[in-house]
Design a protein around this ligand. Structure first.
Ligand SMILES: C[S@@+](CC[C@H](N)C(=O)[O-])C[C@H]1O[C@@H](n2cnc3c(N)ncnc32)[C@H](O)[C@@H]1O
Length: 246
């Protein structure tokens, strides 16, 4: 996983900023029942999405939680008094506290299946019966938009995505979470250019490619031959999966 203590200062600028946050928050709000009161946003990061959830609907009381101190400093500044530093594998809230729990761009980062299960167990535990859990799924797949960049990246090793929709649904079922709808949102500003992809290769964004390894350098060289080095290819479209606690 990237080091989010170091990533915090560049996070918003490199993840689509406010347009991406707005698209994600709108999609989340569209899936939430009207009577949702207390909402927990786990892995809230810098709080750009969390803040829009809090502002997006009167009556919604939003709490953010994130593991990284540097990320919570940004989110706490956006949502004073409403952010805690917490590991989503061990949430510091009593059972049944929330009407809804959200996790945007978390599960794809979690390498150990036991940790994915622990996160889903905890999200289900802090939900009241009938509450909603909303999470992004299939993130890596969304980045493959069929571009010339994706063609160059084909030889990279793949591992099973921790946030694959079937995997998440299977884990969720164990904790009484039943599929309850889907939404999509555009990763505004997230389209790759050849040059930005080389930079991502070299900073470890591709988890199966060690920066500086012969394959990473070969792919970087191949990306360097593509036309329009700074032209972003199409934005990805991300999927949100909703679950209801039975
Ligand atoms: C890609 S960012 C997503 C942030 C935010 N949800 C967004 O959409 O902008 C992933 C976040 O997950 C946090 N994170 C990683 N593992 C975590 C864990 N076990 N518990 C809580 N947060 C975690 C990181 O610190 C980081 O802020």
């Amino acid at each position: 996983m990237l080091d989010y203590e170091r990533e915090a200062d560049v996070y918003d600028a490199t993840r689509g900023g406010e347009p991406r946050a707005e698209a994600a928050a709108d999609a989340l709000l569209g899936l939430l029942p009207e009577d949702t009161g207390r909402l927990l946003d786990v892995a809230c990061g810098t709080g750009s999405v969390t803040r829009r959830l809090a502002a997006g609907r009167p009556g919604l009381r939003v709490t953010g939680a994130d593991l990284a101190d540097a990320m919570t400093r940004y989110s706490a500044a956006r949502l004073p008094g409403a952010v805690v530093r917490a590991d989503s594998r061990r949430l510091p809230f009593p059972d049944g506290t929330f009407d809804a729990v959200t996790s945007v761009w978390l599960l794809h980062l979690i390498d150990d299946p036991d940790d994915v299960r622990a996160i889903l167990r905890e999200c289900a535990r802090v939900l009241r019966p009938g509450g909603m859990y909303l999470t992004t799924v299939d993130k890596a797949e969304a980045h493959d938009v069929g571009s010339d960049i994706d063609a160059v990246l084909v030889p990279r090793p793949r591992h099973p995505a921790p946030d694959a929709s079937e995997t998440v649904a299977a884990h969720a079922a164990v904790y009484g979470l039943v599929p309850a709808g889907q939404a999509r949102f555009p990763g505004v500003g997230q389209g790759r250019s050849p040059r930005s992809t080389v930079a991502d290769l070299r900073r470890g964004w591709f988890t199966t490619l060690t920066p500086g390894s012969p394959l990473a350098e070969q792919l970087a060289a191949d990306l360097g031959t593509l036309p329009d080095q700074d032209r972003p290819r199409p934005d990805p479209v991300f999927t949100l999966q909703a679950f209801r606690k039975g």
